[in-house]
Structures are given as structure tokens and as C-alpha cells.
Design a binder for this molecule. Sequence first.
Ligand SMILES: [Zn+2]
Length: 275
Amino acid sequence: MTEPFKLEKESYLSIIPWENENSTLTVGFSTKNGGFSQGYFSSLNLGLHVNDSDEDVKKNKEALSTQLQWDTKDWVACEQIHSNNIVKVHAQHKGSGLFNYSSSIKGTDGIYTKKKNILLTLCYADCVPIYFWSEPDEMIGVAHAGWKGTVNEIGKKMIEAWLEEGIKVENIKVAIGPAISSCCYVVNDYVMDKVKQLIGDKPVDSIWSEIETGQYKLHLQRLNEALLLQVGIKKENIIVSSYCTSCNDDLFFSHRRDEGKTGRMLSFIGLKEEQ
Ligand SMILES: [Zn+2]
């Protein structure tokens, strides 16, 4: 597969196959470049909760907003807690968590909406961004899946919420974005026991392998793909980025690589009203 996430400008990658299908769709993932933050957060940190200067984060959000041509007043952000909580976003959520963390949608790692002119955003530094789209229903969503969200099946919870909205599973497309890959992500039995409960205890090369006793390489993106296939998403409707956030130091912040002192990238997805 050719890489679906393409560097459009220095500050973000777009999911090209989706944007090519629908000209009113804006969807992608920010890089760490082209912003105002200093030090560990240099330079396009988009997280308000990491002890960066709020003023710099505000300038960073405004700079990205100009590039994406999405007014910041239409953005929505969350207080993310590595949960599997999903919230349906309405027009009154616009501006939540934009420049003031305490106004974020509380305790939420997955958001979706059918409303136009809302840009759904979530923050990452290695965790997996999962994007959801049903074109016929004009429904969009995004989730934040670290190992906790992944083993607590946040992807499945999003699909279940959409099925309750009357959406057909065969219409749902999923894109799995840049995240720490198995090349750089080692976990212990505590995490692997939970993974094995979901996909069985036989090693699956593309998802996990034991590198020494009790130490495992885990491919969180592929694990999320496997879990979404289990709930009926069609294989041909899933695209997966090959970018590893830890390997690509020139493009991404990485919580593991940078030993916790780092900024946050932003996933974003929004549909505009046709002009
Ligand atoms: Zn890597």
C-alpha cells in the first residue's frame, strides 16, 4: 500500500485517499514542525496540558488553523484520559478545549459527529489516531488509542455507537495514523495478557512477537486493525499508515523516545458545508 498520510505542508499530513474522495473533507495529522514552542516542545506543540506556554500553544493552533483553512472557533478538543469513552459532538461543543484546557470535553478519548463545520481534534505522542468516516451518512469520528484504549476496544465502542445511529458497518471506513510501531514499542506481560485475551495467545508476526522472556514487540496500529476486522469493518475499508512516530524524529514528537518530555501532535477531521 502506498502511504496514505502525505506531508502536505511542513505542519501536517493529509489522508490523501479520503480527501480525494470528498472535497469537503479535511482530515490528517500534524507534525512537530512550523510552530512557536521552545525547548522540548519545539515547535508545533498542540497540547495544552504538557506544561508548555499556553500562549505558544495558542499561536500554534492559530497557525495550523490558517493552513487548514478551519477557523479555530469550529474546533473541538478533549480532556483525554486513556479511556474508551465516546462522545457525540454537537454544535454547542464548538470551541471546547481550544485555548483553555479546563473547557475541554471531559474524560473522553473518542468523538464523532454528523454536524458540518466542526473540526474534531485529539492529541497524541505515540498513541494511535483512528479516524472513522461513513460517506453516505456524512458521519465522522476520531479516537485516541494507546495500549489502554486499544485493549479496552475504543475502536469497537466507536463502531457500536455508529451502529446505534443506524449506520451500516460496511459503509464505515477507517484510517489508522502515525503512531509508535513495533520497531520501537516493547511491552510486558501485563499488557500482553490483555492483548492475548482479545486476539488469542499465538504470536501473530504482524501484531506481536516475544523478543525475550516477558518482553514483547507490539504493533498497536495492526492490533487496532485486527480488532476492527473482528467487529465487521471490511479489510478494503481500512488504511494504515506506515509512519512510526519514534523512528521519524524529524516529523513527530514521541513520548517514549523523548522520555516523556515532549509535545503533542493533533489528529483532525471535519466536513464543511458545501458552498
Ligand atoms: Zn519505530
